[in-house]
Write a protein that binds this ligand. Structure first.
Ligand code: SAM
Length: 377
């Protein structure tokens, strides 16, 4: 049994990959011996092997934790992907369609959300393999980009995906000819990872520009103790390395505040860069952090930016969101949204340990005024 301690309060989340299989097919094969439960709590608490079909995110299952699926044919062939429920929110909220043209996943490795975008495209257009739509998946860290490529290949997303190995999204020119048809972007940047299950109260922080071999080795050692698929996605680190290679373990609240401010500034820069793509009409911004500095505060600052005003970006209100996200009950912090209840209500949150069996997470959608009002809904 894998689960222990805090992780025993969570199910194992499984996304059925619509590029390669269907929920029905998986229920009849990989999960044929599982008993249907009537809630996530039943999956967590009842003895035996249970499963629950998630009511918010399509093609998502909660199954009894500790079930090792990594040796199943469905897993090795990319028919199922082990991905926390909250990590499925951004691609589902972005809701890419053929009319959105090309897509960008700005911070893509290891590829959970890239492959989810491909799966959603496939569901809307069966001729997916020959579709002219491209998903540009950028990843600044070359080593992580190789993991991304493996995942994209296994999941069958390759025909539509172009990987930017070692590509810094901030160096991508929004006005380049190649990106002129990019209609939707998914931004899931490096963050503190404070929402990850298995963390203690001291968040482990990482600034993207501090990537070094030492950091990655440290992360590698840490990740063995935790849920691997989530950890790799979240790139968890608690060691700062300066330009001279000196390591500092994060300790005090003061360190934390400074790091959160630096992360927040980086995340805001990415988001306002995304606002510049000329044909873009939809963006999602997400973190696996519970800190408002990385979440609502980034959203508020982005909305107040000159580029947002110039290009008519606004937040994707609850009424504009896909059904499952409209119905998701946990929303943003009003106090961090300048007491604007509509903006807070537009923000989607989750907290670990709140009984939903989900990691701590944040996602907000943005749209250009008039874009969806006239279109797909
Ligand atoms: N979206 C991924 C998934 O769901 O599998 C997880 C992304 S992880 C939270 C953030 C990733 O962004 C890391 O792999 C990091 O190396 C990458 N990254 C950070 N800054 C970047 C930048 N400026 N351009 C491209 N990638 C970046």
């Amino acid at each position: 049994k894998e689960s222990a301690g805090e992780e025993a309060n969570y199910p194992r989340w499984v996304r059925v990959n619509a590029v390669k299989s269907s929920l029905e097919a998986q229920l009849e094969t990989t999960f044929s011996t599982f008993t249907r439960a009537s809630s996530v709590q039943d999956v967590i608490n009842k003895p035996g092997k249970h499963l629950f079909i998630d009511p918010h995110v399509p093609n998502l299952l909660a199954i009894t934790s500790g079930t090792d699926l990594t040796k199943t044919e469905a897993y090795t062939s990319g028919k199922i992907i082990l991905q926390d429920k909250a990590s499925c929110f951004p691609a589902y909220l972005l809701d890419p369609r053929s009319e959105d043209g090309d897509l960008i996943d700005a911070c893509a490795a290891p590829g959970n959300k890239t492959t989810h975008l491909a799966a959603i495209l496939k569901e809307h257009q069966p001729e997916f393999e020959t579709s002219p739509q491209t998903i540009y998946a950028f990843e600044k860290d070359s080593r992580r980009a190789q993991t991304l490529e493996k995942m994209v290949t296994t999941a069958g997303s390759k025909p539509t995906t172009r990987i930017g190995f070692g590509q810094d999204f901030l160096q991508v020119d929004p006005h380049a000819e190649r990106y002129k048809s990019v209609g939707a972007l998914l931004l899931d940047p490096s963050c503190s990872g404070s929402g990850i299950v298995g963390r203690d109260s001291m968040p482990e922080l990482h600034l993207p520009e501090l990537s070094s071999t030492t950091e990655k080795e440290t992360a590698g050692k840490m990740s063995k103790r935790k849920r691997k698929h989530v950890e790799v996605e979240a790139e968890p680190l608690n060691v700062m390395v300066d330009d001279d290679g000196n390591e500092t373990v994060m300790k005090s609240d003061q360190d934390l505040e400074a790091r959160l401010e630096a992360l927040s500034a980086f995340q805001l820069t990415l988001l306002t860069h995304a606002f510049r793509f000329p044909s873009a009409t939809k963006i999602t911004y997400s973190t696996c952090s519970v800190h408002m500095q990385e979440n609502e505060r980034v959203v508020m600052r982005a909305l107040q930016s000159d580029i947002a005003k110039e290009r008519n970006w606004r937040i994707m209100l609850r009424k504009d969101q896909v059904t499952g996200m409209k119905e998701w009950p946990v929303r943003g912090l009003t106090s961090a949204c300048g007491d604007d209840g509509d903006i807070a209500d537009a923000c989607i949150r989750s907290y670990k340990d709140d009984g939903q069996g989900v990691m701590g997470f944040f996602v907000a959608g943005f749209m250009r005024i008039g874009a969806r009002d006239a279109g797909s809904g």
